[in-house]
Design a protein around this ligand. Structure first.
Ligand code: T46
Length: 133
């Protein structure tokens, strides 16, 4: 079993260059209510360190590269993100940490709902307790 579910989006394009669509028709497994970008992450900084209770997300590194750790409370996986046409699914109750951001890294995240701090579990011990319920 792997925790990393990746979504491959078709690269459309012509002689002018490429175009990649991310919507339900092209494979996003939820209705998108919010899109945010993570960029300009300083050298040596790691982000994330939380899980969501209900939120579904799909993260795409549209420029540069970084790594993401996925953890379901039992298995821990470390994934390289380096393709604008490949998204990594972050379903509810999956602890995630992002690190090793390249200078030019831009991560786009599609989310199934609006920002809600009460949906975050930011304490790893609390996350483990939630998992065992
Ligand atoms: C996630 C990973 C992949 C908002 O006000 N609205 C928003 O929609 C978001 C996403 C964040 N914020 C505020 C909350 C914090 O004050 O922006 C600040 C930074 O958020 P956070 O520390 O949660 O950032 P990351 O990079 O650790 O995590 C983010 C998302 O928050 C999170 O949902 O799954 O990226």
């Amino acid at each position: 079993m792997t925790l990393c579910k990746s979504y491959k989006f078709p690269v459309l394009g012509d002689e002018r260059g490429s175009l990649i669509v991310m919507d339900k028709l092209s494979g996003v497994p939820f209705e998108i209510k919010r899109v945010y970008q993570i960029l300009g992450t300083k050298d040596g900084v790691a982000r994330g360190f939380h899980a969501h209770k209900k939120l579904h997300q799909l993260a795409i590194c549209v420029s540069g590269n970084c790594r993401m750790v996925l953890d379901d409370g039992e298995i821990r996986e470390d994934v390289e993100m380096n393709s604008p046409s490949t998204g990594i699914g972050i379903p509810p109750m999956l602890w995630h940490e992002m690190y090793d951001f390249s200078d030019n890294c831009v991560m786009v995240v599609l989310a199934s709902d609006y920002y809600d701090e009460s949906d975050y579990i930011r304490d790893y011990q609390e996350f483990r307790e939630y998992c065992s319920k």
